[in-house]
Write a protein that binds this ligand. Structure first.
Ligand code: PLP
Length: 412
């Protein structure tokens, strides 16, 4: 089934027609070696997107959360090949803006596979959603009800509620979004008075969640909103949107169990209920590897300092905004051709700086690296989530100019 899914992905819009390399057993090392050897003059940073990893992640999702339909959160990484691969694998999409909706529609995805999951939408973006038939959105304020009534009255709504506990999340969203329990009934009444159709509830337990129990608390809170709607005589709610917060590592099993058991406890045999989710990090993080070139070096006693051509204002903005901890491995194809991965080599305490003239642009400190030279490479795994998506053009180093090479891992 991996091979069949992979074939589907290779024919997907955003992927079709592009060169996709099968990774050998040595995987990225070989692949990156082949790229950097070809790029002897051009030493720009580049991403490698492993489409096989995307296939495996979708398989993992479907096996662990069979009743939850994923709507990939485009904000996390809008790379068209990733969007196309996910669309081909049956994912739907969470878009937060006109441009995100456009990029998903451009892949031939129909508008009914999109949730416009931004509780506070600019009028022009909302009008655009109406014009292209994106008819499902979230809200958590009276002003949004008025706006939707005026510009997109056919839109079906999900009331976004604040998750009761997002304390375990790397990036809690509660301070900004989600109706408080006491705001729910007045908001439902406002929507009712505006003759808008509120079809369900959405929440987000925070990105990079570490407490799986947060899903249970939020699903319980959603159930009480379903009950409040029923008390108001509103049509039966049909959609539960459990948001994002999932990571693909060992914690995923625990999160999936928490979701499945809470759905069983609070929504047993709910007739016609559709459960959806908005995973971003889960599908993007481990699928991308970033290769950066060493463009400068300074030796201060035992300390080694390196400058690379991507940094805090580029892909590594995740250190600031996403509170990410990143790591890298050396690829010394210039200075140590016989042993480019530097296995067994002596290491030095090293600092890695980004390319801009700001001292804040420091990527790693106290990292142990072998002796490297200008033109060697540093390779950062798991760089797909909230990286290139939020980079800037500061100092003329443009994140959007970073290219993405496509590959797939061979499970055999
Ligand atoms: N949905 C919404 C509304 C979000 O704001 C976010 C992230 O901020 C996501 C989904 C994706 O979350 P994650 O990457 O944690 O899965």
């Amino acid at each position: 089934s991996y091979s069949r899914s992979l074939q589907t992905v290779l024919g997907a819009p955003g992927v079709r027609g592009k060169r996709v390399t099968a990774l050998s057993k040595d995987g990225f090392t070989d692949f990156i070696q082949s790229i950097v050897t070809k790029k002897q003059d051009v030493k720009d940073p580049f991403y490698v997107l492993d489409l096989g990893e995307v296939v495996s992640l979708m398989d993992k999702w479907t096996r662990s959360l069979p009743t939850v339909r994923p709507f990939y959160a485009v904000k996390c990484n809008p790379e068209p090949a990733l969007l196309g691969a996910l669309a081909a694998l049956g994912s739907n999409f969470d878009c937060a803006s006109r441009a995100e909706i456009e990029s998903v529609l451009a892949l031939g995805v129909s508008p009914d596979r999109i949730v416009y999951a931004n509780p506070c939408k600019a009028e022009s973006h909302l009008k655009y959603a109406a014009s292209v038939g994106v008819n499902l959105t979230t809200f958590d304020s009276r002003d949004e009800v008025d706006k939707i009534r005026k510009w997109h009255p056919k839109c079906v709504l999900l009331i976004r509620v604040k998750a009761p506990d997002d304390s375990g999340a790397r990036c809690p969203l509660g301070p900004k979004y989600g109706a408080l329990p006491e705001e729910v009934t007045p908001l439902l009444q406002a929507a009712q008075a505006a003759r808008l159709n509120v079809t369900g509830v959405s929440f987000h337990i925070g990105s990079g969640a570490t407490h799986s129990r947060a899903y249970r608390g939020a699903i319980a809170a959603a159930k009480s909103v379903f009950e409040a709607a029923s008390r108001l005589g509103m049509p039966r709610m049909r959609v539960l949107n459990i948001g994002g917060g999932f990571t693909a590592g060992s914690q995923f099993g625990e999160a999936a169990s928490a979701v499945n058991s809470a759905l069983q406890a609070y929504f047993p045999n709910e007739p016609g209920l559709t459960v959806i989710a908005e995973p971003g990090r889960f599908f993007a993080e481990s699928a991308f590897t970033l290769a950066t070139n060493i463009i400068g070096k300074r030796v201060r006693g035992e300390l080694r300092e390196y400058w690379i051509n991507d940094g805090i204002y580029g892909s590594m903005n995740c250190i600031l905004y996403d509170h990410a901890t990143i790591t890298c491995t050396p690829f010394a194809c210039t200075s140590n051709r016989a042993n480019p991965t530097c296995r067994g080599a002596r290491t030095y305490r090293s600092t890695v700086f980004g390319p801009t003239c700001d001292a804040l642009d420091t990527v790693l400190t106290g990292h142990l690296l072998p002796e490297l030279e200008v033109s060697d490479w540093l390779v950062f795994p798991k760089m797909g989530a909230y990286t290139a998506a939020a980079g800037s053009n500061f100092n003329g180093f443009s994140t959007s100019a970073i290219s993405t090479h496509l590959a797939y891992s061979n499970p055999c």
